[in-house]
Design a protein around this ligand. Structure first.
Ligand SMILES: Nc1ncnc2c1ncn2[C@@H]1O[C@H](COP(=O)(O)OP(=O)(O)OP(=O)(O)O)[C@@H](O)[C@H]1O
Length: 455
């Protein structure tokens, strides 16, 4: 048994109100929390009988019925305090000796509920945020190519990684702009922070603002809950704004403000949100021309290109092609579960002679398509040709479509055989049109291993 003094100290220290009656309803004890919540003093209250003071309260009910009363919402008689109470009869030797009620002020409970709601919504928004935060996936070691042009891009990028300056990556589609953005983040002091990508061309204009800056609930129709924008998500890290050339002028102005002031407001919000974000922007469009046309803000252009990196198209760095192709074969082997060791000389020659309008992405796609259906351990020209020939024709008009002469010769023979047929008459006509003898044509078909059954 607890000593009485200890028991009374415990009752005095709890935050909930406690009131005790004897079996006739005479109030014999109230604790300090009771007095605080109801505003009634100990002396006042212990002079009263519960059946007069609070006849409809939980305590009177429990005493009258001998049954516990739980979660009873009532007003304490003689005070304005609205409370939620739990009351139980005190049974000693099978007889009701009295009753006790424990209650909490409803405003305390409401306050707790509010706090709980706040924590819940904070938890939800944090878990929302956590689910959207992404990390960078690539580093400089994964950028292949030893051409001078590419190495210069890597050198500038590595330098840029050491600062928090804004970087503008320019280059045709598929030249590796996103890859570079990942690598710059990865080599920077922000590497442990988020790396958030947003493609300004892929998101409808009306949604882009909210994607970037977020919104508060009710800011516009459909804004049913608060939304964190990419700028907030990227706090402490890097925001990669892809296809920046497609952003409208209104948003360009807002972006400029964030870059200058390092803070913004959510749509419908009233307080500024400060962010520490490094911005890397990219586009395959000619930004200077867009500036001249009044479609891109000049001040934003200068703000973005603190460091400008121009990624050369693949056709201008054909020195990288072999290394790129071989690396991709290794990567694709892993992805496709194949054991291809590389490309034949002829196949490599064909790759080198192609114009590559889709750059490295196109190279990866062509190799993947060939490898998916290949059973050999070396990719041959024959396997590759169907994926390149169509494109050759598409691009053969291009004035800078330079290719090795032997490949050109081979392509011309194939083209003529396709046009005139691979039968004897077709070959005769092919030789006539190409201005070579029939014997030379046979020799070249053999030399280039042209598969005439397909012509
Ligand atoms: N130097 C490189 N070494 C290895 N892989 C590369 C290189 N450059 C690009 N790639 C690969 O080529 C593909 C296209 O690159 P990326 O998406 O970075 O191009 P992009 O310039 O951002 O294209 P877009 O303008 O269309 O968004 C990716 O799979 C990327 O990993």
């Amino acid at each position: 048994m607890l000593p009485i003094a200890m028991l009374s100290a415990i009752l005095d220290s709890v935050q909930e109100a406690i009131e005790v009656t004897d079996r006739d309803g005479n109030i014999i004890y109230v604790n300090p929390a009771f007095c605080r919540i109801t505003g009634l003093s100990f002396e006042e209250r212990t002079k009263q009988n519960i059946f007069q003071a609070s006849p409809n309260g939980a305590l009177a009910l429990a005493l009258k019925t001998g049954v516990p009363v739980k979660g009873y919402r009532t007003r304490v008689g003689g005070s304005n305090a609205e409370v939620i109470s739990n009351a139980v009869p005190i049974i000693i030797n099978n007889e009701i000796a009295g009753a006790v009620v424990i209650f909490q002020h409803i405003t305390d409970i409401i306050k707790l509920v509010e706090e709980l709601k706040k924590s819940n919504s904070m938890l939800r928004s944090l878990s929302d945020k956590y689910g959207q935060v992404t990390r960078s996936k690539y580093n400089f070691e994964q950028i292949k190519g030893s051409s001078q042009a590419l190495q210069e891009c890597i050198r500038i990028s590595r330098q840029a990684a050491r600062s928090s300056s804004t970087v503008l990556l320019l280059g045709e589609s598929g030249t590796g702009k996103e890859l570079f953005a990942h690598a710059i983040h990865q080599a920077s002091s922000r590497k442990e922070g988020p790396f958030i990508v947003i493609n300004c061309a892929a998101i409808p204009e009306t949604l882009l603002e909210s994607e970037l800056f977020g919104h508060v609930r009710g800011a516009f129709t459909g804004a049913v809950k608060d939304k964190i924008g990419k700028f907030e998500l990227a706090h402490g890290g890097t925001l990669f704004l892809d296809e920046i050339g497609d952003m409208n002028l209104l948003l360009q102005a807002k972006l400029l403000r964030v870059l200058q002031e390092r803070e913004f407001e959510r749509i419908g919000g009233t307080r500024p949100v400060a962010v520490d974000v490094r911005v890397i922007a990219a586009t395959n469009r000619n930004l200077k021309q867009l500036v001249r046309q009044g479609l891109f803000r000049e001040d934003l252009y200068y703000r973005l290109n603190v460091v400008e990196i121009n990624l050369p198209p693949l056709r201008e760095r054909m020195d990288d092609l072999e290394e790129l192709a071989n690396c991709m074969v290794v990567r694709l082997n892993r992805k496709l579960g194949k054991k291809i060791i590389g490309l034949t000389q002829e196949a490599m020659l064909a790759l080198r002679s192609y114009h590559w309008p889709g750059n490295i992405r196109e190279l990866a796609n062509v190799l993947e398509r060939v490898m998916v259906s290949s059973d050999s351990n070396l990719i041959s020209y024959q396997e590759l040709a169907p994926y390149l020939q169509v494109k050759h024709r598409e691009t053969s008009e291009a004035p800078d479509d330079i290719m090795p002469l032997d490949l050109l010769e081979r392509l011309m023979i194939e083209k003529a055989l396709q046009k005139y047929g691979a039968g004897v008459e077709g070959k005769r006509e092919t030789a006539r049109q190409l201005n070579i003898s029939l014997a030379t044509l046979y020799n070249k078909i053999k030399k280039y291993r042209i598969n005439i059954s397909k012509k």
